[in-house]
Write a protein that binds this ligand. Sequence first.
Ligand SMILES: C[S@@+](CC[C@H](N)C(=O)[O-])C[C@H]1O[C@@H](n2cnc3c(N)ncnc32)[C@H](O)[C@@H]1O
Length: 188
Amino acid sequence: MMESTERNRVCGVERAGALDISLRKLFQDPRKILKPFIREGMAVADLGCGPGFFTIEMAKMVGKTGKVTAVDLQDGMLDIVRKKVSNSDLQNIIIFHKCHADKIELTESFDFILIFYMLHEVPDQSAFLNEVFYLLKPRGRVLIVEPKFHVTKNDFDSSKMIMEKTGYKIVEELKVFLSRSVVLEKNV
Ligand SMILES: C[S@@+](CC[C@H](N)C(=O)[O-])C[C@H]1O[C@@H](n2cnc3c(N)ncnc32)[C@H](O)[C@@H]1O
């Protein structure tokens, strides 16, 4: 269990607007980042979806035949995403799931899971990554992206060690602006 510090304080709903500014698209374009991982018809999950900066694009990418599970521990964040899609067909593609800080509690399995700027907020990374592992389909992939301004190289290296110990294969280190990131595959 990781000690609770400033670094793993949960980003509150009052900061949702900062995650959703249009300027962010210029340096972290969801479609560009997710294109190699998501295809039409896939079942995907956005863990720690926040105000849905990535969720919306994920829903457009999987289309009517796919599903996006938007997961967050804060109702306020899920409500923001619900509101965004309330008048569109995307509401039929997105499933909302409120989880606990130490338990995701989903039973479906996924082709792809996104964990963007969220892992450092999780109290027990080992337990969390283990639970995520069992949510992945065989050959399923996970993209983990962490902010450089909160997560040092040493912190991220420690997380990578946990990932490998859990059974993931690190297949790539993706370049995302101001971020550290890895692509994981279920090593089966
Ligand atoms: C910094 S925000 C990032 C939101 C979004 N992924 C993005 O990049 O815009 C982190 C989000 O993760 C959520 N979160 C933190 N710990 C979590 C946990 N253990 N389980 C689920 N969600 C969590 C927070 O409520 C917050 O909405």
